[in-house]
Design a binder for this molecule. Structure first.
Ligand code: SF4
Length: 321
């Protein structure tokens, strides 16, 4: 039976600020899961700390609201224990590209078959708008006493350099486009990264909805010129169509070049996709024949009377020095 949005949404009170881009991302995730008809009990959403950390509260799926910057290790453990789950990690750019940056890089090179969505707004919204890792050098949001003194991370380039096999960007207020992107990310075989331009109207008065809509950039007819454009509408093709190394390298190189475009002409869509790289689960299965048929989550851990199968006493005895 086809899922409805009401099968995915919860009635939990939402206290995000009015106009926050998080609402668009949440709607896109809910619509993507409903359209893919992924039953809620087959999905686990994992978040870190930040405004976006509340996302699992609003989804009628399994969910873990975990520690700051640690959504990816939790999500990886969940996926490896139960590879039949659809696992989606989510968090802000402060969470994922700051304290979680080491996990972000190492998750890319593992290529576990799951999805990471970064709510990219350039500020730490939950703690009153300090500069976060993607805020560009010299930008001064209303929450900062002085312009940002650090360089901003380019999340698309970092994902490409780390080995992510699906690298994309969406915009929180183009919900239908973002929904389609998230559907592709979930369906991708390998680790999919979705960077989402997410206006935080409370603390970032530069990268606003009005900025991305180009309300200050009027064309000859006096109409706003949006600052985002869709890669797929320009003939750009980021998909590796065969396992040829030269082709794969070319696709990465063109994606790196595209990743530098930001500001008045900012691409959204799929920068790069390559399903020829083996997933981490496939590499594990090559070493452990039973991994796919009997993953950890399916294994018996106790006898019928509740006593554990593992003999800890014997294990401890064996370890005695
Ligand atoms: Fe959204 Fe910013 Fe408010 Fe957080 S502080 S809920 S990111 S608008």
């Amino acid at each position: 039976m086809a899922l409805k949005l009401t099968d995915i949404k919860t009635e939990v009170h939402n206290d995000w600020c009015p106009g926050c881009g998080d609402f668009g991302i949440l709607s896109a995730v809910q619509m993507a899961l409903a359209e893919l008809n992924v039953e809620p009990h087959r999905v686990c959403v994992v978040s870190g700390i930040g405004c976006s950390g509340k996302t699992p509260h609003y989804l009628r799926t399994y969910g873990v609201h975990t520690l700051h910057g640690r959504s990816l290790p939790f999500a990886t453990g969940i996926k490896l224990a139960n590879p039949n789950l659809e696992v989606i990690a989510c968090g802000g750019d402060g969470d994922g590209m700051g304290i979680g940056a080491g996990h972000f890089v190492n998750s890319g090179r593992r290529n576990v078959d799951m999805t990471d969505i970064i709510y990219d707004n350039g500020v730490y919204g939950l703690t009153k708008g300090q500069a976060s890792p993607t805020l560009k050098l010299g930008m001064k949001t209303k929450s900062l006493p002085k312009p940002n003194v650090n360089q901003g991370i380019n999340p698309i380039m970092l994902a490409l350099a780390s080995g992510y096999t699906f690298v994309s960007r969406g915009y929180a207020y183009d919900v239908r486009h973002l929904k389609d992107l998230i559907k592709r990310a979930i369906q991708h075989k390998g680790f999919a990264f979705v960077d989402v331009l997410q206006p935080c109207p409370t603390y970032n008065d530069i990268l606003t909805k009005e900025y991305w809509s180009g309300e200050d950039l009027l064309n000859k007819s006096g109409k706003p010129t949006p600052r985002t454009y869709k890669l797929e509408e320009t003939g750009y093709d980021g998909v590796a169509h065969n396992a040829d190394e030269e082709e794969m390298e070319k696709k990465v190189q063109q994606a790196v070049l595209k990743s530098f475009e930001f500001g008045d002409h900012t691409p959204i869509g799929v920068f790069y996709q390559n399903e020829f790289v083996p997933t981490y689960e496939e590499r594990l299965a090559a070493r452990m024949a039973s991994y796919k048929t009997n993953p950890p989550a399916d294994q018996e851990i106790a006898h019928a009377d509740g006593t554990p199968l593992a003999n800890i006493d014997k294990l401890l005895e064996d370890m005695r020095v």
